[in-house]
Design a binder for this molecule. Structure first.
Ligand code: DX5
Ligand code: ZN
Length: 219
């Protein structure tokens, strides 16, 4: 299995000091998870393209952009053009996910598909060859600090089975409530990329928290 990816979410960081907050995890994280919310797809508002562009210039970490926005066809390619490593948009917000994935890949980014809490995985399994990353929400998208919902790991299991039987190279990422007490079950279910907001930026030593999570995910 590929080595696990740990992706701290800057949603839980101090938005007045984003550059510093990125640097704090620069040598311990694999990706920097950036939650873009538009107050339409989810009832919360964060940052958009200008802030992400500025932030890209101050860290060497690969950016894992998670678009919780209503109109990903309009915006997702711009994040790829800006230099994001992985651009993930929500299945619920897009009527032609495969076409958008192609656009992202031809702009030089990895393409990610996100599945929110109430969305079944089955209709999307056949689309997975077009994607590099599948993000399974383990909470309802919109806010950090929510409690992990273990039942949602059934979707991770189904996706991992499907990916294995089709020999797909697919990162399966979990997002929401990932911490020392939940990451092992997510890894056992087949996840190999782990977003952690509160568990990293809420810790006294974020780099040490990442190291601890990584150890648990690797077992
Ligand atoms: C919520 C975001 C998450 C959030 C996770 O919709 O997608 O990335 O930052 O926060 P925690 O790790 O605190 O649950
Ligand atoms: Zn996220």
């Amino acid at each position: 299995a590929p080595t696990p990816i740990i992706a701290p979410s800057i949603l839980a960081a101090d938005f007045a000091h984003l550059a510093d907050e990125a640097r704090v995890v620069e040598s311990s994280a694999d990706w920097l998870h950036v939650d873009v919310m538009d107050n339409h797809f989810v009832p919360n508002l964060t940052i958009g393209l200008p802030v992400v562009q500025s932030l890209l210039a101050v860290t060497t970490l690969p950016f894992d952009v998670h678009l919780m926005i209503e109109d990903p066809r309009r915006w997702a390619p711009a994040y790829a053009d800006a230099g994001a490593y992985n651009v993930t948009f929500h299945a619920e917000a897009c009527d032609n996910p495969v076409a958008l994935a192609k656009e992202l890949r031809s702009a030089g980014a990895k393409a990610g598909l996100a599945i929110d809490r109430d969305t079944p995985i089955e209709p999307y399994l056949e689309l997975l060859p077009s994607f590099d990353t599948l993000l399974i929400m383990t909470i309802k998208a919109g806010f950090g600090g929510q409690r992990f919902i273990p039942e949602l790991l059934d979707k991770v299991r189904a996706a991992r089975r499907h990916a294995a039987s089709g020999h797909l190279e697919l990162r399966i990422e979990v997002d929401g409530g990932i911490a020392a007490d939940t990451i092992e079950q997510a890894a056992a279910a087949g996840a190999d990329a782990f977003v952690a907001g509160t568990a990293v930026y809420g810790a006294a030593d974020p780099a040490a928290a990442i190291g601890h999570l990584r150890g648990l995910a690797e077992r």
